[in-house]
Ligand binder design. Structure first.
Ligand code: C5P
Length: 223
């Protein structure tokens, strides 16, 4: 029996990649299956929370009892996140958001003109969704607990610690390499103001349940 550790909480989770259109049939995206975020949404729901899952384009079933909001681009995800974060008590940002989007998306499919010329793409930076949500009044006041993720290829502890401070979130979760895209298991490093804790390699669902328990512990410690 698992106690309903998140009863009364509203958890918003972002998951999956974003898709940034170049034209109506093409775009750029990030590698992300969405599995970790979906597992976290499921685990938070099992723990008794009301859960809103803001999902980029992924091929995954919605966990039972979870409210799903489908989005495509980083701008869509930003809008949905800031809206749903207004009533949330926990915001967990697992999405692999594209850092840049094409400056303009063509209305018509770009065509080869036979000359061998290639399109010149210009990019603009996308908003940092997590950093923006973590700077809202409710988050700063401590009414909205924000959790970020980091995928680093090396020096995970140092990079993730710096990221935690830069994004101003109380808890930053590092994916312990090698790259875990699409796989069913993972290992996590939890970093907060008190230090770091490792959750050893296991299924994403098992890790999600452990992470939810760790978040609940921190929520109850501050309330
Ligand atoms: O800066 P970096 O992309 O490594 O940070 C990763 C964390 O920030 C993740 O929690 C990710 O969901 C979030 N993020 C975001 N919006 C962005 C970029 C990253 O919410 N534009």
């Amino acid at each position: 029996f698992q106690p309903k550790r998140l009863a009364g909480q509203h958890v918003v989770v972002t998951a999956g990649p974003t898709f940034e259109a170049i034209d109506p049939v093409r775009g750029i995206t990030n590698l992300s299956s969405g599995k970790m975020g979906f597992a976290i949404a499921r685990a938070a729901r099992e723990a008794g929370a009301e859960v809103t899952l803001i999902a980029g384009p992924v091929a995954l079933a919605t966990p039972r009892g979870v409210q799903r909001v489908d989005v495509k681009s980083a701008l869509d995800m930003h809008l949905a996140s800031t809206e749903h974060a207004q009533s949330a008590t926990v915001f967990i940002s697992t999405a692999a958001v594209a850092d840049w989007r094409p400056a303009t998306a063509a209305n018509h499919k770009l065509k080869k003109d036979g000359s061998g010329a290639t399109p010149k793409l210009e990019f603009v930076e996308n908003p940092d969704i997590l950093a923006d949500v973590a700077q809202t009044e409710r988050a700063v006041r401590g009414d909205l607990y924000c959790v970020g993720f980091a995928a680093e290829s090396h020096d995970l502890l140092a990079h993730a610690t710096a990221k935690r401070l830069r994004k101003k979130v109380p808890l930053l979760v590092g994916n312990i390499g090698p790259a875990t895209f699409g796989q069913d298991d993972n290992a996590l490093l939890l970093i907060d103001a008190a230090g770091s804790t490792e959750l050893p390699r296991n299924s994403k669902l098992h890790l999600a349940r452990q992470l939810v328990a760790e978040i609940a512990k921190r929520l109850h410690a501050t309330s």
